[in-house]
Design a binder for this molecule. Structure first.
Ligand code: DP6
Length: 331
């Protein structure tokens, strides 16, 4: 009975990962199957936006997935099964898995991300499968589930080295010195995404005449951002963040047909950020594959910037997020 117990224990594990927001973006793949990006990217892992995932091998007849209490079928389950196949093959096990996941923000609100989801899944599945993976190996594995997930293995500022193959494409932490950063999320309510980020980035790469110009600017943006971080220059870092995001969205909008995530309230929020900056407070916008606007600020200005945003955008929910930790195992 005792050996059964330890066997069962080794087949079940829980891990928690925080989401991350890219400040120099990942958009477009060089290899679709391995998820190798066209350019390196830089992100901040945030507190308060996390996924907790439990994986149990051998407890069910087939793979199953429950997110926030709702059983998932179809695309979501297939994507998790395909990801688990990579781990099963590495571990040499052939058992179905029961995956149970809970987000601190409601799934579908536009904030629960594939980054925290696949980082937590990679951690829990490796641990449950008895694989002893280093953080770098976990990052490479999480990347196979969703590119941005490789960055959520680590806390704080994180760089994803694009690399050129499975081995060389992984994330690693970046020393933030004494920089104190915060990201304010402005929630723009909207319907479900018109198009998934996966499909949208494929369309941008294939059809947008502006894509190559943007991707060519990414390495320079990244190098300049890393230099600004070393110098503790939040303003320069913020300017690069905002410019890189607008460039990405411009390239999306030039796709055929256009990829447009913006809603009218999105434009109001972007203009609010400019006007707060004109008033002398440091605030810089960035956006991902959805209508929400995220605002980078010096941590010491976060409360004041959030108040200014609330005054200008009375219909939006505004939340401050501070830097968060990397992947953690629950034992
Ligand atoms: C706009 O990581 O969700 O958030 O690799 O296809 O799963 P897949 O894409 P995903 O894309 C994230 C794109 C982004 C920018 C970023 O996080 O760098």
């Amino acid at each position: 009975a005792e050996s059964d117990g330890s066997l069962a224990a080794s087949r079940c594990a829980t891990a928690v990962a925080n989401s991350n927001i890219a400040l120099i973006k990942y958009w477009g793949k060089a290899d679709e199957r391995l998820i190798i990006p066209r350019a390196s990217s830089l992100s901040l892992t945030l507190d308060g936006l996390s996924t907790s995932t439990t994986v149990q091998f051998g407890a069910s007849d087939a793979d199953s997935l429950t997110i926030d209490g709702t059983t998932q079928q179809g695309t979501a389950l297939n994507r998790v099964s395909a990801f688990l196949d990579i781990i099963r093959e590495k571990a040499g096990i052939n058992l179905p898995a029961r995956v149970t996941s809970a987000n601190t923000v409601p799934y579908g609100a536009g904030l629960a991300s594939s980054a925290s989801a696949f980082a937590a899944l990679a951690g829990a599945a490796c641990e449950a499968a008895g694989l002893d993976a280093t953080p770098r190996e976990l990052s490479r594995l999480a990347r196979r589930g969703s590119g941005s997930a490789c960055r959520s293995i680590f806390g704080g500022l994180v760089k994803w080295n694009a690399g050129h193959d499975d081995e060389s494409s992984y994330a690693e932490p970046v020393d933030s010195g004494d920089m104190d950063l915060a990201v304010i999320v402005v929630l723009i309510s909207g319907e479900k995404k018109p198009i998934s980020s996966r499909e949208a980035m494929r369309r941008t790469v294939v059809t947008s005449p502006l894509y190559d110009a943007w991707i060519d600017s990414c390495q320079d943006d990244l190098d300049a951002a890393l230099a600004a971080i070393r110098q503790g220059d939040v303003e320069r870092f913020g300017e690069l963040t905002e410019a890189n995001s607008f460039g990405m969205h411009a390239s999306m909008m030039a796709s055929r047909p256009a990829v447009l995530y913006w809603l009218p309230e999105t434009v109001s929020a972007l203009n609010a950020v400019t006007s707060i900056r004109d008033g002398g407070l440091g605030a810089w916008s960035t956006m991902d594959a959805g209508p929400n606007v995220k605002v980078l600020t010096d941590g010491r200005d976060a409360e004041r910037v959030a108040d200014e945003l609330r005054n200008r955008l009375p219909d939006c929910e505004v939340q401050i997020h501070r830097p968060g930790d990397g992947l953690r195992f629950v034992r």
